[in-house]
Design a protein around this ligand. Structure first.
Ligand SMILES: [Zn+2]
Length: 196
């Protein structure tokens, strides 16, 4: 990861003087999105979804997602490692994702998360030009690696979560499987769920 002390990179809600925790879900919109929305609605919890615009077909339930109080951020168009791209290539990837999401939803996109959490100085300059804020995380669930051991996703979060934490999750089957339990445990611990 590019080592930066930039204050405008959000990794924890306390930077915005907010309390609570934020659930973020990368790499959708996936075929599981409606089931994620069902669970979140059932638990009355909102999250921030970072979508790859190449996956954003008109049939994806972005309307319901916004109506339910969630937010959509950009996660590039085709999910490259941005550090392998020059400034103009990065601009194309990021601008395209912002414009496609805005074109479909009619709402402005304010937040961006780089694929693989990888970025460099060019990325920060592109984001400044596009008026996007970078949102990273302070708690990784490592859910992408835990298809065989989904309960470990819960452990990875519960062992480290604290007030202000931003949680990295993905629109994956194993994450869907443990999400109701994870939310219940977070509630038992006294966490409340926040927005950016
Ligand atoms: Zn991703």
């Amino acid at each position: 990861m590019y080592n930066s002390s930039e204050e405008n990179i959000i990794t924890n809600l306390k930077q915005r003087e907010k309390k609570g925790i934020l659930l973020t879900f990368d790499d959708g919109p996936s075929k599981y999105i409606n089931r994620f929305l069902d669970i979140l609605a059932e638990e009355e919890v909102t999250g921030l979804f970072f979508w790859q615009s190449r996956l954003l077909h008109h049939k994806r339930p972005w309307e319901r997602l916004l109506e339910d109080g969630h937010m959509i951020g950009a996660h590039s168009h085709s999910h490259p490692n941005l550090t392998n791209l020059d400034f103009n290539q990065q601009m194309n990837e990021i601008q395209k994702s912002k414009q496609m999401i805005e074109g479909i939803t009619g709402q402005s996109v304010r937040y961006f998360r780089p694929p693989f959490g990888q970025y460099n100085q060019d990325t920060l300059e592109v984001l400044a030009k596009l008026e996007l804020e970078m949102v990273m995380w302070d708690i990784s669930s490592f859910d992408w690696n835990l298809k065989q051991e989904p309960n470990q996703i819960i452990e990875n979060v519960m062992n480290h979560v604290q007030d202000g934490s931003i949680l990295l999750l993905h629109e994956l089957e194993q994450t869907l499987q443990i999400l109701p339990t994870l939310i219940k445990k977070l509630k038992e611990k006294g966490c409340h769920f926040s927005r950016l």
